[in-house]
Ligand binder design. Structure first.
Ligand code: TNX
Length: 498
């Protein structure tokens, strides 16, 4: 399509299903603009007002009636729900309308609206404007239901405020899942009331031994609520039966020899050396208590059991353990997801496998999908945010690949796995392991811009996939990150504006 003039409607990330710019129909937000929303649309209206007030300095009241002229109207049309999740956005010089079939997709429409304003709208104090929303219309809906990012708070701990900021940033790109990797060899980050030493002892360490910590249950509820207000579901991961040194160091009775190991503080890539004792009833009492408390903190459907790299667990022990763990997850009213190794235990079709292999060739996954299991794809060669961008970038591992932005973008989640049809793919997720990531600005540097690429793969139709066009649109995100103080990697593959 020929590019005529400029319109921010051509710069959206992720790309919408369709957009028709009308550059003579820009809508100018002014001191008297109001936001019209009623019923279940009010939350999105208040969210939008909260986004626009700091930079504009305008009052932007949220009202539930009055004329549409000169207003931004957010509306729910539940009748449209039957046709699936979708929003329509129309920007005319006289008024703006975002109409959606569900609250979640209305919120996605609000995120689109935000990108139709100048980058300065992201400022936290009043700026001069003018505040023009690019004119035209958009029709849009997600490709996959699961569009996720994972943050490892176990190897290095990140605070509630940092996790909330991460949620704010991922929600802009219409990601709707935050998978929190809460436990690992180096740290246990969630308070468990019935086993208090898990967090008190197991949470007092991290790689390198620097300051660390854990989320109290109140902290965790605060994160979950912040995410829910942005239509992001938190999936908590309790990684078992391997990756458990922090738990073993907190409770001697979880160890076969009754002796607690030391906290594991060494940096580097050592994994797979610890295991729960799969023959002992105490292990299952521990697990049931933990899963019960975590389920009670979780409004979402899923609990993540990890189940990866259990190299120190016997094969029989692993299968027995996973079978019992799955039974507990269901008893606590949740569905289980696990890294794809969980499929070796031949789990029921309700279990979701998160694939982290390097290639699309996995007989294990193919066979499980043939039995009815579904998958979330996180190929380590494409979606791993802890891989270095290039040989030159300072942070990260390289065991799977160097992943610059074009690599993160250049694949298709729907057809990546050989012999797995797209309808068995729930979606895509980008994990950020933090062995080498010590500070939150480094989390941002590893996530952005690659996470925006993964978000587009999860949201946009496969037909929109176009690297040169994506690189151009991504470039327009640079000033937005800069305005918000988000650290990002200025990949040479992207034509960033000066
Ligand atoms: C493998 S991927 C792991 C993690 C590490 C990561 C580092 C997976 C399921 N397990 O324990 O942090 O590699 O890249």
């Amino acid at each position: 399509m020929a590019i005529v003039g400029t319109s921010r409607m051509r710069d959206l990330v992720p790309a919408p299903v369709s957009a028709r710019p009308e550059p003579d129909q820009d809508f100018r937000i002014g001191a008297s603009t109001s936001i019209r929303a009623s019923g279940a649309a009010v939350a999105a209206g208040e969210f939008l007002a909260g986004l626009l007030r700091p930079a504009t300095g305008y009052p932007l009241p949220v009202v539930d009636n009055g004329s549409v002229d000169g207003t931004i109207t957010l509306a729910l049309d539940p009748a449209g729900e039957a046709a699936g999740e979708a929003y329509r956005l129309s920007v005319r010089s006289g008024s703006v309308l975002v109409e959606a079939s569900t609250e979640a997709v209305l919120f996605a429409g609000v995120q689109t609206l935000r990108q139709l304003l100048p980058a300065a709208i992201n400022a936290s104090e009043p700026r001069p404007g003018p505040w023009d929303i690019s004119g035209g219309s958009v029709v849009d809906r997600p490709r996959f239901v699961h569009r996720g990012a994972m943050l490892d708070v176990a190897r290095h701990f990140f605070t509630v405020a940092e996790v909330k900021r991460f949620i704010d940033e991922i929600a802009r790109y219409k990601l709707n899942v935050l998978h929190l990797h809460l436990t690992d060899d180096q740290g246990w980050r969630i308070e468990i009331l019935s086993w208090p030493r898990l967090a008190e002892v197991g949470g007092a360490s991290q790689i390198g031994g620097g300051p660390s910590g854990y989320f109290t249950q109140a902290d965790y509820r605060e994160i979950v609520a912040h995410a829910a207000a942005r239509h992001v579901t938190v999936i908590p991961e309790i990684d078992v039966p391997g990756h458990v040194n922090a738990a073993l160091s907190a409770y001697p009775e979880l160890n076969a020899d009754g002796v607690a190991p030391q906290p594991f503080l060494r940096s580097g890539s050592a994994v797979g050396f610890s295991s729960l004792w799969t023959d002992a009833e105490v292990t299952y009492r521990f697990l049931d208590d933990v899963l019960g408390e975590v389920a009670a903190l979780t409004p979402g459907d899923y609990l993540h059991l990890g189940a990866d790299e259990a190299h120190a667990t016997s094969e029989d022990g692993y299968a027995t353990f996973i079978t019992r763990a799955l039974e507990m997850v269901s008893r606590h009213g949740k569905r289980a997801i696990g890294w794809h190794e969980i499929l070796t235990a031949n789990p029921p079709a309700s279990v979701v496998a998160q694939y982290w292999g390097k290639t699309g060739d996995s007989e294990l996954v193919r066979a499980a999908v043939a039995r009815g299991n579904t998958v979330v794809v996180s190929p380590s060669t494409r979606a791993y945010l802890d891989m270095k961008y290039t040989t030159e970038t300072p942070i990260g591992f390289k065991w799977a690949a160097y992943i610059d932005v074009a690599d993160a973008y250049g694949w298709d989640p729907g057809s990546f796995l050989d012999g797995v049809p797209e309808d068995a793919v729930l979606g895509v997720e980008a994990p950020l392991w933090t062995e080498t990531v010590e500070r939150f600005d480094q989390v941002e540097y590893m996530a952005f811009p690659r996470l925006a690429a993964i978000a587009e793969l999860g949201w946009s139709p496969a037909s929109a996939h176009d690297w040169p066009d994506f690189a151009r649109r991504l470039a327009a995100q640079g000033p937005r990150w800069t305005e918000r103080g988000v650290t990002f990697y200025r990949s040479e593959q992207v034509p960033w504006p000066d």
